[in-house]
Design a protein around this ligand. Sequence first.
Ligand code: AMP
Length: 586
Amino acid sequence: MGKTIGIDLGTTNSCVAFLENGEATVIPNAEGSRTTPSVVAFSKDGERIVGSAAKRQAVTNSARTVFSIKREMGTDNRTKIDGKSYTPQEISAIILQKLKLDAEAYLGESVTDAVITVPAYFSDSQRQATKDAGRIAGLNVLRIINEPTAAAMAYGMDKGGAQRIMVYDLGGGTFDVSVLDINNEVIEVLATAGNNRLGGDDFDNCVVSWLLEEFRRQEKIDLSTDTAAMGRIREAAEKAKIELSAALTTTVSLPFLYSDRNGAKHLETTLTRAKFDELTAHLVKATMGPVEQALRDAGLKPGDLNRVLLVGGSTRIPAVQAAVKSITGREPSRDINPDECVAMGAALQGGVMQGEVKGLLLLDVTPLSLGIETMGDVFSRIIERNTIVPVQRSQVFTTAANFQTSVDIHVLQGEREIASCNKTLGKFRLSGIRRALRGVPQIEVTFSIDANGIVNVSAKDLGTGKHQEITLTQSSNMSSAEIDRAVKDAERYAEEDALRKQRAELQNRAEELLYQAKNAQKKLNAVDKERIEGMRKRVKQAMDAGNDRELKAACEDLTDALNACGRYVDPSDMNDDDGAMDADIT
Ligand code: AMP
């Protein structure tokens, strides 16, 4: 068996580490650098270039250069170069291949296994895509772990004692915040939140827009469609941003940026840190919501935190550091290297899995709730967000109609109470259910999330033993914007959703009651039968009129009347434990 490495596959830069005598150590690449730009280029004669060489040639070969492919992971987007189309997994695999080769050259032996990190907020399909990229690159991916968790592992290894820490991770393209509990050698993630489309690239874009505006003001020329000029402006914008982390002002100098018959045009301007902070204030602010949410989900106040760790290159921005300090009330720790700690944590996890590191236990969580659609467009959660993974949970549901022989299982991910407002991960049908009255079949739905955060759903008819399952793969693409919207909507619509859920439950209860009453009537004397019939009518009328208050009262009266006749079985006895499932089952 070859060596195991830990890989931080970043949006902008990647880093590799391995375990040397139980210590995580960063492996320099073939060029001698400790991080490798996550850039892939194809030269005109078809050669693949990766890393700093690809980044250097980007300005003159921008159409054949791929940046920030991590942002596309889990999507169906393709990169087309010279008539060939590449999936995001394939481009990522090209980066992973270089990392693997460089590690092998450094270590002098083959590398077979890897632990790869992803943002905690990566969805199921993004994790799948990352795993696939590893496989394409010829790596056996032992585990996908969350970046902030890896950072905490690297940090927590030599610390000991109980600690509650927050990891604020702002990289090139993603933002994550996690709250963790480190107790001796058990690292437990209490909560995680974030936005997988917010990062240093967005800060660059703000500077790019400002530079374009400056040039437009000075020269009355719009360069936004000039690919070559844009490449240089983008490079200069990132450089200015980085310089402003250390200096209060920086000069952007781009000679011969444009030329026309009036001669060459140059861009020469000064950007102050104050102006940069003003241009990017909304981005810094956008990270604060997830910080508050993670604390809330972990059940902690800022004062409960022992430490705040900053991870990712963009946390070098002074305004980011100030905002984190102000919201947490803590000076962020600077004793871990934000560029290297994630890869080091991944190497440690590799060591744990290969038995080289003893005792360290990692308890990670799932970022969003998972469940199925049940009757009335209700989202029935089976696994709540922030549940420790790996996890397996089952719930028993039943049918909505008499003699139903199949049920459609609609698997969803999200935080809304209303099923159609959440994200569909997949659908499948369980058929061959034994013919029976509604409410009789017992259908057990099981969700499992493995240690990589990958979801498997199965359904089983407990009567016949019929079984059906799916592993959610590429269909589960959920963009960060969607995730973001899901969480924001959930907060905004929480009240409205609760009301809609109550209504759906009331309607379900009323239907069940009408059915029970109809069955009971067969065994009643004429007087009781007529009395119950009157009450059934009242329930029906209230249902048709959509009058919830009247419906509730009518249901209560009918329930009491049925109980008085000794004929009533509380529908909640049938449904509450067993749940109600899908639009065609209850
Ligand atoms: P990562 O994905 O963690 O490698 O972070 C890369 C991002 O960090 C890129 O957007 C870089 O431009 C940004 N970055 C690196 N160094 C600095 C710095 N000193 N100040 C501001 N941003 C930085």
